[in-house]
Ligand binder design. Structure first.
Ligand code: GDP
Ligand code: MG
Length: 441
């Protein structure tokens, strides 16, 4: 796989003391082959290798990094750039206007599934989306949307298969107006291949209802085909963004790396499985780390420079994922984290951790607070530290007294600890190829 190949290249680099121009070139030849094999667009690969090479040769190696790590750093940064650097948010129309989102793509790409997944995400943001069954070719598609909509607790508008998609879309918007839905998501019909009727149909919808966002759904497993499909849709009807599905499978990474560079359109979301909760915002940085197969260890190396080695980072990673994480571990990891610039900065590099969770943790991390936290933890008995579940009010009272703090502070810490523990449990195993089921990129 791409990840395995890249890791081999870097392993060789890592064993060298100093990098010569020849070393860089040889390594990048391997990188180039690996990328091509992963079905990354040829022109993209060529430019990519050129950019990395220009930056790598003759650049000063940063303090604390070895030359191999320096090349990894540059490759990583250029990959992030390829994918657009920033996370792109779905743009809603302001105020009370209805945002009409049209989902399009080939048959089987994941439109209907992604429509329902997206509706779930919108609901979490307080929106009230209306899903619209515009696939009039397959009765089963209408039923599929209804079932998925129901699972998500969102309304599905359908008129069966006896009307044109344009008429259905118009009626749906009218319904949304009366019904107070501020988002309307149109699930359109795909075809096995790009064809003229499909494009005409989509164009007609776009012209006759006020589509704000045309989102193309493409299957990451199809590699460069996905990129070609994206180019065609962009040329024919114009798209605003891409939903890249099936990134949980044995994808080669080519689509994720080339779509932005080839079409100029960002990937907004990534489908990570068949379940309706398996949709993630697309983070170029996380994707690059994943493709490099070093997860966030990459950034850890960079941040920690010589204060922590990869070995230790990997241990910490293991401890994170253990559900039975104790206060002792908490204390120890806090100390480690201090060196790395705070728990939240480490967690923020990990997939599946959200900003509000981070905020809470972050606020607990300044030095003074950390000393108080240490005081509280040291006032616990070893049993309490190992098994925080036994902390009842009278134990908490005793601990507060011992640490000379208010009981509210003890409660806060326990809550934060529990939150951290929960977060670690949820943390997907995306730490490179050591993770379960995520390899193969
Ligand atoms: P449509 O024809 O474009 O509407 O595609 P569907 O939404 O019906 O999806 C086709 C198949 O792909 C279904 O079996 C989905 O469960 C599956 N699918 C969609 N998205 C994902 C994903 O992100 N990961 C995986 N593993 N399967 C997906
Ligand atoms: Mg469908």
């Amino acid at each position: 796989s791409l990840t395995d190949k890249l890791q081999n290249v870097f392993k060789n680099l890592r064993s060298k003391g100093k990098l010569t121009e020849d070393d860089v070139k040889a390594a990048l030849r391997e990188v180039k082959l690996a990328l091509l094999e992963a079905d990354v667009n040829f022109r993209v690969v060529k430019q990519f290798v050129k950019d990395v090479q220009e930056r790598a040769i003759g650049q000063d190696v940063m303090n604390g990094l070895n030359p191999g790590q320096m090349v990894i750093k540059i490759v990583n940064e250029e990959m992030v750039k390829l994918m657009g650097s920033e996370t792109t948010e779905l743009a809603y129309r302001p105020g009370q206007q209805i945002t009409i989102v049209m989902m399009c793509g080939l048959q089987g790409a994941g439109k209907t599934t992604t429509t329902a997944k997206l509706a779930g995400k919108m609901k979490l943001k307080g929106k009230n989306p209306l899903l619209v069954a515009c696939d009039v070719y397959r009765p089963a598609a209408v039923e599929q949307l209804k079932v998925n909509g129901e699972k998500q607790g969102v309304e599905v508008f359908s008129m069966g298969t006896g009307h044109s998609p344009v008429d259905i879309a118009k009626a749906a918007v009218e319904h949304a107006n009366k019904n107070g839905n501020h988002v309307v998501i149109l699930d359109t019909a795909g075809r096995l291949h790009v064809d003229e009727t499909m494009m005409e149909e989509l164009k007609a919808i776009k012209e006759q209802v006020d589509v704000a966002q045309t989102l193309l759904v493409v299957d990451a497993m199809t590699g460069q085909d996905a990129v070609n499909v994206a180019s065609t849709f962009e040329e024919e009807i114009g798209i605003d963004g891409v939903m890249l599905t099936k990134l949980d499978g044995d994808t080669r990474g080519g689509a994720a790396l080339s779509i932005r560079a080839v079409t100029g359109k960002p990937i907004l979301f990534a489908g990570m499985g068949e379940k309706l909760s398996d949709l993630e915002q697309f983070y170029p940085e996380r994707m690059a780390s994943r493709i490099l197969g070093m997860g966030d260890v990459l950034t850890l190396i960079e941040k920690a420079q010589d204060s922590i080695d990869e070995e230790k980072a990997r241990d910490m990673e293991k401890r994170f994922k253990k559900a039975e994480f104790s206060f002792d571990d908490y204390l120890e990891s806090m100390n480690q984290m201090k060196k790395l610039g705070g728990l939240s900065s480490v967690l923020s590099m990990m997939p599946g951790v959200n900003a509000s969770q981070l905020g809470d943790i972050e606020s607990a991390m300044d030095d003074k607070k950390m000393r108080r936290i240490e005081g509280i933890i040291y006032s616990m008995t070893p049993q309490e530290r190992a098994n925080p579940n036994i902390l009842n009010p009278s134990r908490k009272q005793r601990i507060a007294k011992g640490a000379g703090v208010d009981i509210a502070e003890v409660n806060r810490l326990v809550k934060q600890f529990e939150q951290a523990r929960k977060m670690m449990k949820q943390m997907p195993n995306m730490m490179g190829k050591r993770g379960r089921g995520r390899k193969g990129m």
